[in-house]
Design a protein around this ligand. Structure first.
Ligand code: S3P
Length: 167
């Protein structure tokens, strides 16, 4: 893997991951999509029918599998929040890039999206608390942190590319 993007839901991991992969002429791999393909149903159904623990097991297994592949990986917002994943992300030689965004920006982006079980089940206040609670895990494994508020996707990708060049 050339780069791993982490960050809370709605921080832009998928959008930036796709653009970055395009610039690097590499495949873009979205961990959520891998989980959906493996389970054969959407994430909300996995949570409803099998529970979050089952989702987290699949997430861990597929994180390990995808890390052996070439490309740019966009993780799920909760990936670094699991201790086993955090360790993997801390130990990998692949640069881990954290995309940060203000709580208002995040809430605005995820508000009307019903594909995210945690957005469906948590209040706005709980989502902001979850974001705060995950902050230290995100920071523990990040090699580069980008405050994305006010930056265009192109500018964010340029910053990542220049960071990767120095590596
Ligand atoms: C989750 C984030 C989602 C997805 C699942 C759980 C989380 O990914 O993995 O709904 O725990 O924050 P995105 O960050 O791509 O929305």
């Amino acid at each position: 893997m050339k780069a791993i993007l982490i960050g809370f839901m709605g921080s832009g991991k998928t959008t930036i991951g796709k653009l970055l992969a395009h610039q690097l002429a590499l495949p873009h791999i979205d961990l959520d999509d891998q989980i959906i393909a493996a389970a054969g149903c959407p994430i909300t159904n996995i949570f409803e029918q099998h529970g979050e623990d089952y989702f987290r097991q699949l997430e861990h297994q597929l994180l390990l599998e995808t890390l052996t592949r070439d490309g740019v990986l966009s993780t799920g917002g909760g990936t670094p929040a699991q201790a086993t994943n955090l360790q993997v992300l801390q130990e990998t030689a692949t640069p881990v890039i954290l995309l940060e965004a203000a709580a208002d920006t995040i809430l605005e982006r995820v508000h009307n999206n019903h594909d995210r079980p945690l957005v469906n089940s948590l209040t706005k206040t709980d989502l902001v608390s979850l974001k705060d609670a995950r902050r230290s895990q995100y920071h523990t494994c990040a090699d580069l942190i980008i405050q994305t508020d006010g930056l265009s996707p192109q500018t964010i990708v340029k910053r990542i590319l220049s960071f990767l060049k120095q590596k």
